[in-house]
Design a protein around this ligand. Structure first.
Ligand code: FCB
Length: 459
C-alpha cells in the first residue's frame, strides 16, 4: 500500500492534555540545510562544494537535479523567515555553507559571513532559538581534492572553520552542532558512493568516520572558548533494526544493524571506543587511530541531536552480517521508508539506558516525503499530519519513560533538494513551486501553527 494514504484519518494536530508538547519550554522548530535550500552557488565568492561536483555528474542525482537554484533561499531568506513566524515555531535549525564563508586559503569571505549574520540577526529579532550546524555535507571541493575526510589534515581545517564561525557569530547562536549525520557522510559518501564525494570502499568509510568524529571532538573546546553561552553538540541519524524472526541469528542481525547505524557513532562519543562488533561486520576495516584520539572524540557535550526516519527489518545473511527483509503491508512514505514511530520511542529509551551521562536530547530531524500538489491554492498532506502526530506521541512516551528530551524540529521547513533524489521528494511543511518559487503552507503547517498558537495562549 505504498503511498496509498486515502484511508488515513486526518488527525487534528492536537496532543493529549498531559503531553510534554504543551510545555512552553519544549522547543518546537523546523529545520533546513544550506545546500538543500540556498542556491546561488556562484555568488558572493562561494566556492564549489562536493555536492556541486557530485550533482553535476551524470547519473548521480535523480533527473539530473542540482542545488544550483534550489529554493533560492539566498535571495528570499527574509520572506522565508516569515514562514517561521507564520508557523509560530520556537526555533529554527539551519546549516552554514562552509564554501561560502572561507576561501581556499582559509581566509574569511566577508560577504558569506554577512549573509549568516543578517539571517541570525533577524531570527533573534523574531525571538527564535537558533540551532546552527557547521557541517551538513557541503564540503569545499578543494578540501576533497586533498583527500577530504580521508586526510587527517581535515581535522585542523574543520577546527579553523569552527573557530572562525564561533568568533564571528558568538552571541547569535543558541546551539552549535558540529556535524549533521556523520554516518551519512562516512558511509554514503565514502562507503557505498550514494552521496558525494561518491567513493565506495569499506576501509574509507571507517577512516572518514574517524576523522569526522575527531574533527567534531576537537572543535567542541574551540566553540566553548569562543561562544561560552551557547550549547554545543552533534547531530546523529539513528535507525531502528528489528529481527525478521525470533531466531538467535536474526536477533543478532538486528543487533548488528543497530551497531552499524547507531553504536558506530554513539559508542565513540559516549563510551570513548568503537564497538567491537563493527569490525566483525566489516573485518579488516579498522581505522588508523592515534594516541589520544578517542579521548578527544568523547569530549562532553551539552546536547545530542537525534534524526529519525524509519526502521529496517533484517535477517541474518548466513555469515556475519544482516540483510534487509522488507515488510509487506506496512505504511510507507514517498521515499519507500516505513512509518514506524515506535522505533523512535524504543531507540530513545534504549540510548538512555545504554549510555551513562547522555546529555539532553533534541530531535533535530523527523518528517516524511509525499508527492504533495497544490490544488486550488491548498496542499493537503494527511499522511504527514498523521506521521507528525504519531512521532510526537512517541517522543512524549520516551519523555514519560524518563528520557531527557528538550525539543523537536520537523524536517523540513520547506520542500528542498533531497540529495540523491533531487526535487522529486517533498519533505516540507511548506510547498515550493520550483518554476515560480512560490511558497504555499501545506495543511500540516497550518495545523502546527494552530497548535502552537493555542499552546502559546495558555498560561
Ligand atoms: C537526513 C538529512 C537531511 C534530509 C533528510 C530527509 O538524512 O540530514 O538533510 O535530507 O535526511
Amino acid at each position: 500500500m505504498a503511498n496509498d494514504v486515502s484511508a488515513l484519518p486526518v488527525d487534528p494536530f492536537s496532543p493529549p492534555a498531559d503531553s510534554a508538547l504543551w510545555r512552553k519550554d519544549f522547543l518546537l522548530g523546523a529545520a533546513t540545510a544550506a545546500y538543500q535550500i540556498e542556491g546561488a552557488v556562484n555568488e558572493d565568492g562561494r566556492l564549489p562544494s562536493i555536492w556541486d561536483t557530485f550533482s553535476a555528474t551524470p547519473g548521480k542525482v535523480l533527473a539530473g537535479d542540482t542545488g544550483a537554484v534550489a529554493c533560492d533561499h539566498y535571495h528570499r531568506w527574509e520572506s522565508d523567515l516569515d514562514l517561521l513566524s507564520a508557523l509560530n515555531v520556537d526555533g529554527y535549525r539551519l546549516s552554514i555553507a562552509w564554501p561560502r564563508v572561507m576561501d581556499a586559503a582559509g581566509r574569511p569571505n566577508q560577504k558569506g559571513l554577512d549573509f549568516y549574520k543578517r539571517l541570525l540577526g533577524r531570527l533573534k529579532e523574531k525571538g527564535l532559538k537558533t540551532f546552527v550546524t557547521l557541517y551538513h555535507w557541503d564540503l569545499p571541493q578543494h578540501l576533497e581534492d586533498r583527500g577530504g575526510w580521508l586526510n587527517r589534515d581535515i581535522v585542523y581545517r574543520f577546527g579553523d572553520y569552527a573557530d572562525l564561525m564561533s568568533r564571528e557569530l558568538a552571541g547569535q547562536v543558541d546551539a552549535w552542532a558540529t556535524l549533521n549525520e556523520p554516518w551519512c557522510s562516512a558511509y554514503l559518501g565514502y562507503g557505498n558512493g550514494h552521496h558525494a564525494p561518491g567513493l565506495a570502499n569499506g576501509r574509507f568509510a571507517t577512516q572518514a568516520m574517524h576523522h569526522l568524529l575527531l574533527a567534531h571532538g576537537s572543535a567542541i573546546p574551540v566553540l566553548r572558548a569562543n561562544d561560552p553561552a551557547s550549547k554545543k553538540g552533534i547531530v546523529a541519524n539513528v535507525g531502528r533494526g528489528t529481527a525478521n524472526s525470533d531466531s538467535e541469528a536474526d536477533r543478532r542481525a538486528a543487533h548488528l544493524f543497530e551497531v552499524q547505524h547507531n553504536a558506530w557513532i554513539l559508542d565513540p562519543l559516549f563510551k570513548g571506543a568503537y564497538p567491537e562488533d563493527l569490525f566483525e561486520l566489516w573485518p579488516g576495516t579498522d581505522p588508523l587511530v592515534l594516541e589520544g584520539d578517542m579521548r578527544k572524540i568523547a569530549e562532553p557535550l551539552d546536547f545530542l541531536g537525534i534524526n529519525y526516519y524509519f526502521r529496517t527489518n533484517v535477517k541474518s545473511d548466513g555469515a556475519h552480517g544482516f540483510v534487509e527483509v522488507p515488510l509487506a503491508g506496512v505504511e510507507r512514505t514517498q521515499m519507500g521508508w516505513e512509518v514506524y514511530p515506535d522505533g523512535l520511542r524504543d531507540l530513545l529509551i534504549g540510548f538512555n539506558r545504554t549510555y551513562a551521562g547522555l546529555p539532553p536530547i533534541y530531535i533535530t530531524e523527523n518528517g516524511m516525503a509525499s508527492d504533495d500538489q497544490v490544488i486550488d491554492g491548498r496542499v493537503d498532506d494527511p499522511q504527514r499530519i498523521s506521521f507528525l502526530r504519531r512521532h510526537l506521541a512517541a517522543v512524549d512516551a520516551a519523555i514519560k519513560a524518563g528520557v531527557d528530551i528538550r525539543g523537536y524540529f520537523v524536517w523540513s521547513l520547506m520542500d528542498n533538494f533531497e540529495w540523491a533524489f533531487g526535487y522529486e521528494r517533498r519533505f516540507g511543511v511548506v510547498h515550493i513551486d520550483y518554476d515560480t518559487q512560490k511558497r504555499t503552507l501545506k495543511h500540516s503547517a497550518e495545523l502546527i501553527a494552530k497548535f502552537l498558537a493555542e499552546r502559546n495562549a495558555r498560561s
